[in-house]
Design a protein around this ligand. Structure first.
Ligand code: ATP
Ligand code: MN
Length: 476
């Protein structure tokens, strides 16, 4: 007999038919009711056994976490909470789970505890829901770009350029760390290393995406990104996934339109396709809210998602943002940790949160930042002091997207590279695109896990990626 997945069974139950299901035991009540889940849906199916007919030793093996296959008849359910159940004809335990040792019990575990047993998290309702939403968001992103004629580009994960110049990259080497070869100047001799030069894991795929866009017009990357930033926040991972579109013949306004459309598309996709999982996650949030003071409450997840899907984002310039912040209550009352007075400061997350959560109460796109707080490749405005950058800030998240129009003028870009002491020999190929057939172009980076935080309502980025990589943590 062919196995039927629980999702398919519940969506189209054939009352009276015989089915084979396989999954993991969630609960076993009254020696009679087995809740079985196979991960295809948040819902478990109830299998009912006649314990008087079964072997006692076999019955004992039906425990939370055990894997099981069941053959039985589909009937309308007697109990409330489910429409159908399965009357068991025969069952077979595929793998035992000793209740004395199995770390997951049929009760609510803390997210902190679950992080310590991340190898078993996919067996929980919460993480299975998050992983299904993660899949849906991945699919939505590819669909969004495919519908618009973008090509997906695979950019290298090992790179010899440090584009952001931030010095937060992981080194890649095959050298023997106990016996590192030195040159005559007593510096590390990377010529003897695997690639013959210093290499690291990519902090972005942007530069290579630009090369592809300047031939294919519209491309995007969707891959892992690595940053050795030792900031233990709820918004940063050492390994995260980033979506980076790059569009030829597009200016920074087109760039904002694209990013806003993409975010709305993803949120709407989740509303349309992940209803049951989001309902489950929302219920979790509402339960948690009950024990929280008013200002810390997450609020209703669906209201938040629908608001973003259906309302235009606020668009302001950096200069306008500084003006608002300077005159704001928390600034005047010295409530900000970093007070805002002079034009040119980098906005801190407390400032971003004020603008999004208190002032505008909606997503905000800030554009035209001071040149000296942004990367070298961003296009200089005619004022000579700001660049065509744009960051998108989301409620509860902060920065979700960072992007810009790229500097396409060969002479201006060369000067900026010199000013920032970026070694010319590591970016000669990037400059070549400005030398030959250059065009205006723009792009941005969306942090996939930040989008996941927003869509699921989860509070910690470690809980929206299957196996998080953070400082001092690379288990599993
Ligand atoms: P932040 O100020 O939040 O550290 P950033 O300015 O370093 O962000 P970018 O370099 O512009 O971010 O990267 C593009 C996007 O990638 C960000 O908008 C964010 O969504 C995401 N991102 C950046 N760093 C991380 C990280 N360590 N973990 C997860 N996502 C990240
Ligand atoms: Mn950062």
């Amino acid at each position: 007999m062919m196995r039927i997945k629980i999702k398919a069974l519940l969506e189209n139950p054939q009352i009276g038919s015989e089915v084979l299901i396989k999954g993991w035991v969630r609960t076993f009540r009254s020696n009679r009711f087995i809740a079985i889940n196979d991960g295809s849906t948040i819902n478990s199916v109830q299998a009912v056994i006649d314990f008087e007919k079964e072997d006692e030793n076999e019955l004992k093996r039906i425990a939370t976490g055990a894997s099981i296959e069941v053959v039985g008849n589909v009937v309308e359910s007697q109990g409330s909470g489910q429409s159908i159940e399965i009357v068991v004809k025969s069952f077979n335990i595929l793998g035992d789970a000793n209740p004395e040792e199995y770390p997951l019990q049929p009760k609510k575990h803390s997210l902190e505890y679950l992080r310590e047993i991340a190898h078993l998290r996919p067996r929980t309702n919460t993480f299975a829901a998050i992983l299904r939403v993660r899949h849906a968001m991945t699919f939505a992103i590819h669909e969004f770009f495919n519908n618009r004629g973008f090509y997906n580009i695979h950019t290298p994960l090992i790179t010899a350029t440090d584009a952001e110049g931030a010095g937060e990259a992981f080194q890649v080497t095959t050298m023997d760390l106990k016996n590192v070869p030195l040159n005559d100047d007593k510096e590390v001799d990377y010529k003897q290393d695997f690639f013959g030069k210093e290499t690291s894991l990519a902090v972005t795929g942007q530069l290579e995406a630009e090369l592809a866009a300047l031939g294919l017009s519209e491309v995007y990357t969707f891959g892992p990104t690595f940053r050795a930033e030792n900031s233990n926040t709820t918004r940063h991972l050492a390994e995260f996934w980033m979506i980076e579109p790059e569009v030829a013949f597009a200016d920074n306004n087109d760039n904002m339109d694209l990013a806003e459309a993409m975010l709305k598309y993803c949120v709407q996709y989740a509303l349309d396709n992940c209803k049951e999982d989001l309902e489950f996650l929302n219920k979790r949030l509402q339960d948690e809210d009950k024990s929280k003071p008013q200002i810390e409450r997450a609020g209703d997840l669906f209201e938040k998602l629908e608001f973003v899907a259906n309302n235009d984002f606020e668009r302001i310039t950096y200069t306008e943002a500084v003006q608002i912040l300077r005159n704001s209550k928390p600034n005047k009352k010295k409530k900000f940790q970093f007070l805002v007075d002079e034009w040119g400061i980098d906005l801190q997350s407390e400032h971003e949160r004020f603008l999004v959560e208190k002032h505008f109460k909606k997503p905000v796109i800030i554009s035209d930042y001071p040149a000296n707080i942004k990367a070298f490749y961003m296009k200089l405005n005619d004022d000579g002091k700001t660049v065509k950058a744009m960051d998108i800030l989301f409620p509860g998240i902060g920065e979700i997207v960072g992007g810009s129009e790229r500097e396409e003028r060969h002479d201006v870009l060369t000067q900026k590279i010199k000013d920032q002491n970026i070694p010319m020999e590591s970016v000669w190929w990037y400059l070549d695109t400005r030398k030959f057939g250059t065009v205006p172009h723009s792009g941005f980076g969306l942090g996939f896990e930040r989008l996941m935080l927003f869509v699921t309502g989860m509070g910690n980025i470690r809980d929206v990626i299957p196996f998080p990589r953070t400082p001092k943590n690379a288990e599993f």
